[in-house]
Design a protein around this ligand. Structure first.
Ligand SMILES: [Zn+2]
Length: 268
């Protein structure tokens, strides 16, 4: 196998499956095509890696060809079918002797295929629902303290999470309100303030449209502005009226300055 072909296998741990190669796997170290990397790594590979090292370096790459995997699976299935009790004993014994290895293997599988694990768990649950519920009930009766402390823990956790969610929501709302406030047209605040003081629209023209020097046009602008933004001006008037006097005056002053930054503060 040349370097480019080997490189394709090195970058894709699932290349054998993608190409539907069943009768061999490619050693990512030396490019050899073999049925089973366990003996290849031990005996003939020039890399001298152990199986664990190979697995760590080429994560997800197959160690046995598809044919062997299938043969193993059907061999095990036959054994299980022939004497299920014996197989259960055997696998329990193996698990006892190889617990860390088994847990590591399970973890590897769970991180590699989270969706498969989820599907199989929910399948198992729906299949054995009554048994599981009954066993849990018995366990709960046998160890009430365990379940009480677990319940307390999950209640406390849930409360913390709820508080956290509320805090986040509040922060979002506050930020949204802030932007609305900043975006609120100072003209609207100003118009509301002037309307509150009983100023006529004609007299508002200088303060609302200071950049318009032609009196008639400025007056037209005021009328148009009230037609377009009438409801917003009214809402703003009610908001201002509800504010304490000092806060109200400072907001009006700020709107005045935003509208006409060059205006001197002597007008107030
Ligand atoms: Zn090799």
């Amino acid at each position: 196998m040349n370097r480019e072909a080997l490189e394709l296998f090195r970058v894709d741990p699932r290349r054998e499956a993608a190409l539907a190669i069943e009768d061999h796997v490619v050693c990512r170290e030396c490019g050899a095509s073999v049925a089973d990397l366990y003996s290849h790594l031990r005996k003939t590979c020039e890399s001298q890696l152990s199986v664990a090292e190979y697995r760590a370096k080429w994560s997800g790459a197959p160690l046995r060809c598809g044919k062997q995997l299938k043969a193993n699976a059907s061999y095990m299935a036959n054994l299980r079918a022939a004497d299920p009790a014996r197989e259960r004993r055997r696998s329990r014994r193996w698990y006892k002797l190889n617990r860390p290895k088994a847990i590591a293997k399970q973890k590897r599988y769970e991180t590699a295929h989270p969706e498969r694990v989820k599907a199989s768990r929910s399948k198992t649950y729906s299949k054995h629902r009554t048994e599981i519920l009954e066993r849990t009930r018995q366990d709960r009766q046998a160890h009430p303290e365990k379940y009480r402390s677990r319940g307390r823990r999950s209640y406390a956790n849930e409360r913390e999470r709820a508080k956290d969610r509320a805090r986040k929501r509040y922060a979002l709302l506050k930020a949204a309100l802030q932007t609305v406030k900043q975006r609120l047209d100072p003209k609207i605040t100003m118009a509301a303030a002037l309307a509150m003081q009983g100023t006529t629209k004609y007299d508002m023209k200088r303060q609302l449209f200071p950049e318009q020097n032609i009196t008639e046009k400025a007056y037209d602008n005021v009328k148009k502005f009230f037609r377009r933004k009438g409801s917003e001006i009214e809402a703003e008037r009610q908001r201002l009226m509800a504010l304490p006097l000092t806060k109200r005056n400072s907001e009006i002053q700020r709107a005045r300055l935003r509208l006409n930054p060059t205006a001197s503060t002597t007008t107030t």
